[in-house]
Ligand binder design. Structure first.
Ligand code: AMP
Length: 281
């Protein structure tokens, strides 16, 4: 496994390798878990050379303490990547990403203003800034993102199309712990009890997913979810919405032959967790 942390080496290596190999790319912020590894496995299946970047991007943290407390296990990350068969790890530092690079100006067309965007001002601009820069350095043919960050995925797809980048953006399913809790690097900050309580998030989502019907008002189900979540110790729902998977437009009613994404954000103590389920009617 090759490790690159020098920017000119990165440019040179990635420029050359893409001529002979289909390059797959998995951007991450480290503190890897099986969710990240599933993206790497997908890339290994679909491409000739898999690159993983590890960079905790300060610009996408609207909350300073979230950034400062973000878990960091670089040796463990490298061991996991070596074991799964990753080909290249790219570990840039902040200067290499942001010196002489102001960011990428995209037209979000409203995709960034709702849900995560509303509660995390500046977050998606930070994500777009770093992903655009990483795409420019790694120049992959395919890039793999988790469905877990559903709004991020929609925004990255739009950014790639708007910028005319020839990169295929692929979505990979959410990997969950046995309890159903969506894997997240932030789960490491939960206490044992909180981890048990946080499993109610997916359990309650599944109850809604199994009960909601064509013709239902979505508000009724988001109220139901919020009410039940708040019965669980330490949990507080920030939002529960039902939206169109492409435009992210919020849907008031469930229509026949439609696809709806139920997206939630829930605080568990001081840790903010997100999850979603795609529903087909
Ligand atoms: P992060 O390191 O949190 O920025 O995540 C890097 C990538 O891993 C993003 O594309 C995430 O959507 C994806 N990811 C994070 N958690 C999961 C999960 N539980 N299942 C699948 N993909 C995930």
């Amino acid at each position: 496994m090759k490790i690159i942390n020098n920017l000119s080496e990165a440019f040179e290596f990635f420029e050359a390798i893409r001529l002979n190999k289909v390059v797959g790319f998995v951007p991450t912020m480290g503190a890897l878990h099986q969710g990240h590894i599933s993206l790497v496995e997908q890339s290994l299946k679909e491409t000739d050379l898999t690159v993983v970047s590890i960079f905790v991007n300060p610009r996408q943290f609207n909350d300073k303490s979230d950034f400062e407390n973000y878990p960091n296990n670089q040796q463990m990350d490298m061991d996991m990547l070596e074991k799964v068969g990753c080909d290249v790890i790219f570990i840039p530092d902040n200067k290499q990403i942001y010196d002489n690079y102001a960011g990428y100006l995209m037209n979000f067309e409203g995709l960034d203003s709702k849900y995560e965007g509303e509660f995390r001002p500046g977050h998606f601009q930070g994500v777009v800034d770093v992903v655009f820069r990483l795409f420019d350095i790694v120049k992959p043919h395919k890039a793999f993102f988790g469905q877990k960050d559903f709004q991020q995925l929609a925004i990255i797809k739009k950014m790639t199309a708007q910028a005319g980048l020839e990169i295929e953006i692929l979505s990979c399913p959410i990997v969950r712990e046995k309890s159903g809790l969506a894997m997240s690097s932030r789960n490491e900050r939960l206490t044992q009890t909180q981890r048990v309580n946080a499993a109610s998030i997916y359990a309650e989502m599944k109850i809604v997913a199994n009960s909601i019907n064509i013709g239902d008002k979505t508000k009724q189900w988001s109220n139901h979810f919020v009410k039940n979540i708040e019965k669980v110790e330490d949990l507080k729902a920030e939002y529960c919405i039902f939206c169109n998977p492409n435009t992210l437009e919020e849907l008031d009613e469930v229509l026949q032959n439609s696809v709806v994404v139920m997206c939630v954000a829930v605080w568990c103590g001081k840790v903010r967790l997100i999850d979603n389920i795609i529903l087909e009617f």
